[in-house]
Design a protein around this ligand. Structure first.
Ligand code: PLP
Length: 384
């Protein structure tokens, strides 16, 4: 097969046609600064406000509850740092989970250094938190609960509405990192009982480097960036007009069609067929999982080697055991769901997107079993 079979849509996506077409004018003649008073500037400003309306409608919010940011990481940082600032007189305790993205985990660790106490809720084998553990962890000085809506490595969808209900009962601010959820499953901020919700354009066909933070009406977010006062004083810096327009167009194109049946069918076929490989298992929640994520463990395999051999066949995938920043530790998510180190090394995530076809799945199913057999043959420790 010529070309690339891209099955890493949870890492990033190709820009959608809708996003590309909508944003192109703002990379061309519509390049004005939205703060300028002349018409090219005001056109750009209007494009941003239209995008705000579109995004707010897509997630059941009000336009004034939408702030555009520089991506998911920035939205997460801003949500967490502003929540603790708003509640600084109440206390210094935060609750999160052990499987959050580094954008949340490392912000929590930063706050620990600043004197905050953080409870990292454990998860079960499927990546689900326990509501009892959550209730027991709430203290009088708890100021924020931040739990992701869907996990990026294992695809587990968490019961955000229920968690939000507990937060609301106890008067605690609730943030969810919905970066892997928005654009993939229906998201309505009112049903979810959230105060703050983050997402990112490039995970559903928008441009990279643009995100959104939803902040419930009445929350007066202290700014993360200080400057010219863009985004109603919340997020200074000249707006990424084309990026914002692309995010809104991609979301608008996606939302009415969710969840994508074809994506789910390809995911299910990959899961069904690849589980026929001996000593393989699925990771994450088998039922409550993202439509596009097929994640596995193949025992006796080094995930990194599997990714490299897949790449030689033109298949892009990822492994939670990739040695990030030079460390050979498997991902914190795989360890948190209880996998021993040596087994967690054999992880593979295939994340399906709208552009994938049945032929892509055929090709992976043709190549992957042979790659696994080859790596196991080469392994000094593997015994069938
Ligand atoms: N949160 C989750 C769950 C993610 O998967 C990602 C990206 O991989 C991020 C946050 C960060 O988003 P961004 O790449 O837009 O900064």
């Amino acid at each position: 097969m010529a070309g690339t079979v891209y099955l890493d849509n949870a890492a990033t996506t190709k820009m959608s046609k809708a996003a590309l077409e909508a944003s192109m004018p703002y990379l061309n003649e519509g390049y004005g600064n939205p703060s300028s008073v002349y018409s090219v500037g005001q056109d750009a400003k209007r494009a941003i406000e239209n995008a705000r309306n579109t995004v707010s409608e897509s997630i059941g919010a009000l336009p004034d509850e939408i702030y555009f940011t520089g991506g998911g990481t920035e939205s997460d940082n801003w949500a967490i740092l502003s929540a603790v600032e708003l509640k600084k007189d109440k206390g210094k305790h935060i609750i999160t989970s052990a499987i959050e993205h580094p954008a949340v985990l490392n912000t929590s660790k930063y706050l620990e250094k600043k004197g905050y106490e953080v409870t990292y809720l454990s998860v079960d084998q499927y990546g689900q938190i326990s509501m009892d553990e959550l209730r027991d962890s709430v203290r009088d000085d708890t100021v924020l609960i931040t739990i992701m809506m869907a996990n990026n490595e294992i695809g587990t969808i968490l019961p955000i509405s229920e968690i939000g209900g507990i937060a609301r009962e106890r008067g605690i601010l609730f943030h969810t990192d919905a970066v892997q959820a928005v654009g993939h499953i229906p998201v309505d901020v009112k049903e979810l009982n959230v105060d703050l919700l983050s997402f990112s354009g490039h995970k559903f066909g928008g441009m990279k480097g643009v995100g959104t933070l939803f902040a419930k009406k009445g929350l007066n977010l202290p700014p993360l960036l200080h400057g010219g006062g863009q985004e109603r004083g919340g997020r200074s810096g000249t707006e990424n007009v084309a990026g914002i327009v692309s995010l809104a167009a991609a979301l608008n194109d996606m939302m009415p069609r969710l969840p994508l049946l074809k994506v789910t069918q390809i995911r299910d076929r990959l899961i069904k067929e690849l589980l026929k490989i001996p000593k393989s298992r699925i990771t994450g929640d088998p039922v409550n999982r993202l439509p596009g994520i097929a994640s596995f463990i193949f025992e006796g395999i080094e995930g990194e080697s599997m990714i490299l051999l897949l790449d030689q066949c033109g298949i892009c995938a990822s492994s939670g055991s990739a040695c990030s920043s030079g460390s050979l530790d498997p991902s914190h998510v795989l360890l948190a769901i209880g996998l021993p180190h040596e087994i967690a090394h054999g992880s593979l995530r295939l994340s399906v997107g709208e552009n994938n076809t049945d032929e892509d799945a055929d090709y992976v199913l043709e190549k992957l079993p042979g790659i696994i057999a080859k790596l196991r043959d080469m392994s000094p420790v593997w015994h069938e």
